[in-house]
Design a protein around this ligand. Structure first.
Ligand code: PMP
Length: 291
């Protein structure tokens, strides 16, 4: 059975304060968000009807907009309530949650000081993809040609639509080459993150992860750090050069979509054996999100 495209489904999407029939949730082609990338979004998951770390996502959503010099006209509490209402209206319990905010159509030029800010929230069915046995085989990552930009070059810390141009290009190239995703270096050539997930490595039972100063400090990343601490696993946040990957034993990526997913190979140059630390964190994360 073919899956209908996202604009041809049924249900309800929350648009600017009220639930609208799914197919009516449209924007005009002359929207600043589309032409000039003034658009921010979130990616969240609900487990058993409860959105994991909903408040943190709403806070980041508002912060991302502020970085792009606009204000989302709803409070964190209002956004949280709107997400819950959208889940309920669509009768979904285990799903993806996508809030998005963009500048509207009042001004079609670089400056857009007086634009209306539009906000929408959509939810759709998206169960966790793999069972643990499949997950433990590990995925393969390409090494992207594009790098995460210098924070002086782009609003690196916002979850802004424009930052995903290089992610889509890199992920397409990775998929064409038989990889599941791509590892991106940062503007200084250090290991950064994947196209939609953060990355961790394991060596001698300790976790190593890059400092999140020019890419998204994921909510899953912070959750994994917290879970590792609770299990007494030492965490080292530091600069990691690509050559160092040869000395790591395990590797995993993490994000709302990916959850905790082990990596078996990066670029055909570095191989890893998903092991005890990855398994412990997959299980702990699963427990945490379903608590
Ligand atoms: N980096 C990028 C580029 C992402 O798109 C995501 C997914 N939002 C992440 C990291 C992980 O963030 P989170 O754990 O908050 O989903």
């Amino acid at each position: 059975m073919s899956i209908p495209p996202f604009d041809q489904r049924d249900g309800f999407i929350w648009v600017n304060g009220a639930l609208a029939p799914w197919r009516d949730a449209k924007l005009h082609v002359l929207s600043h968000g589309l032409h000039y990338g003034s658009c921010v979004f979130e990616g969240e998951r609900a487990y058993g009807g409860k959105i994991f770390k909903s408040r943190e996502h709403s806070e980041r959503f508002k912060r991302s907009a502020e970085i792009l010099d606009f204000e989302i006209p709803y409070s964190v509490e209002e956004l949280d309530a709107a997400k819950d209402a959208t889940l309920k209206a669509n009768n979904l319990k285990n799903s993806y949650v996508r809030p998005v905010a963009w500048r509207g159509s009042e001004m079609m030029a670089v400056a857009a000081q007086n634009s209306t800010i539009h906000v929408a929230i959509a939810v759709w069915d998206w169960p966790s993809m793999f069972d643990i046995a499949t997950k433990m085989k590990g995925i393969k990552l390409d090494i992207a040609e594009y790098r995460r930009p210098d924070p002086q070059t782009a609003p690196s810390m916002a979850k802004a639509a424009g930052l995903y141009m290089i992610c889509t290009i890199s992920k397409h190239r990775a998929e064409r080459r038989g990889y599941a995703d791509a590892l991106m270096l940062d503007w200084q050539g250090r290991v950064a993150e994947c196209t939609g997930a953060n990355v961790f490595f394991v060596k001698d039972g300790k976790l190593h992860t890059p400092i999140a100063d020019c890419f998204l400090d994921g909510i899953t990343r912070r959750t994994v750090i917290d879970l590792a601490k609770r299990q007494g696993i030492e965490l080292i946040e530091r600069r990691i050069m690509p050559e160092e990957m040869a000395s790591f034993e395990e590797c995993f990526i993490c994000g709302t979509g990916a959850e905790v997913t082990p990596v078996a190979d990066i670029g055909g140059q570095y191989s890893f054996t998903p092991g005890a630390v990855s398994r412990a964190l997959i299980e702990a994360y699963d427990k945490e999100v379903n608590a």
